[in-house]
Design a protein around this ligand. Structure first.
Ligand code: B12
Length: 251
């Protein structure tokens, strides 16, 4: 890192600008395909570009890894990220706040919507077994968790949230092909807006490894959680957003 918080990638020596990228081209593997990969890398600003790996993958496709130098700089002072703006609570603290302030269980409904069958992420957040040494939300005595599992349609989710009187709806989207995660999230948030008046609408949370956490408002949800989220962060956020935060939604 240089003064002023400006950095360049590191490969062999500090600030040498070396990066590695991988991609697939829809061409059979031959010399011309390798030249095409180098040309693409050059156009991406990688110069010189060294082809370090090329492998045919199926009929008419080749996978490449290219290593080379970029001249771009990153100004760390201009980086914008969504910082955690709520305190991290232990399970005991979460239970205590819910019990004292809500005086009933906080109801959470979770699902993978659309055609998405990747349940490992939502299970990590909801199931007792949890992730990264933390127990999931089912472990919290004062939370009532309904996990609907995979491939749940938006109308099914809205109905289940209504039946469970959900305070929060937690949706997982892992597949991003053709922006499915964005379309499904917009469809889900629109359906809740249509089905329920603002005062009765649950907190809407989506999560998955390829979301941009700054897109919450644009997608019509209250919060987005990305890679490496732990159940404790989610439970703490629920307490903050629904009970203790500036804009408490539950009396
Ligand atoms: C396991 C797996 C599967 C399993 C899923 C089993 C299951 N029950 O979940 C099976 C084999 C079924 C599968 C199928 C497919 N898969 Co798959 N799969 C994976 C794999 C290897 C791991 C995903 C995983 O479990 N991660 C571990 C969990 C813990 O991490 P996570 O999901 O990111 O969750 C964390 C956070 O994101 C966050 N989080 C996630 N959701 C939520 C929700 C909320 C509310 C909150 C708060 C937080 C949160 O918290 C979690 C814990 O930290 C990934 C590749 C990879 N290495 O990631 C591919 C991957 C996701 N699969 C992929 C694909 C393409 C498919 C298929 C389409 C393949 C095919 N052609 O059939 C099918 C689709 C099936 C379907 N209908 O959805 C692609 C997706 C590419 C893309 N751009 O969309 C990936 C990235 C592989 C790849 N590199 O191509 N897959």
């Amino acid at each position: 890192m240089t003064g002023g918080g400006v950095v360049r990638p590191y490969g062999d020596t500090t600030g040498d600008g070396m990066v590695q990228v991988s991609f697939t081209l829809p061409v059979p593997h031959d010399k011309r395909a390798e030249g095409a990969a180098v040309q693409l890398a050059n156009r991406m600003g990688i110069d010189p570009a060294l082809l370090v790996h090329a492998k045919p993958i199926g009929d008419g496709f080749t996978f490449f890894v290219v290593y080379g130098r970029v001249n771009h700089l990153v100004d760390l002072s201009a980086v914008r990220v969504v910082e955690r703006d709520f305190p991290l609570l232990s399970a005991k603290e979460v239970n205590a706040v819910v019990k004292r302030r809500l005086r009933r269980k906080l109801s959470v409904v979770g699902a993978c919507i659309g055609t998405d069958a990747h349940t490992v992420g939502i299970d990590a957040i909801l199931n007792v077994k949890g992730i990264a040494g933390e127990k999931g939300l089912e472990y919290y005595r004062e939370l009532s968790v309904t996990n609907l599992g995979a491939q749940v349609s938006v109308p099914e989710l809205v109905e289940a949230a209504r039946v469970a009187r959900a305070d929060a709806v937690l949706v997982s989207q892992v597949v991003t092909q053709r922006d499915a995660h964005l379309h499904n999230t917009r469809e889900m948030s629109a359906a809740f807006r249509e089905a329920l008046p603002a005062a009765r609408r649950p907190l809407l949370i989506v999560g998955g490894p390829r979301f941009d956490e700054s897109q919450a408002a644009e997608l019509g949800v209250d919060r987005i959680f990305g890679r490496g989220t732990t159940p404790g962060e989610v439970a703490s956020y629920l307490v903050h957003a629904l009970i203790t935060g500036g804009r408490a939604r539950v009396a």
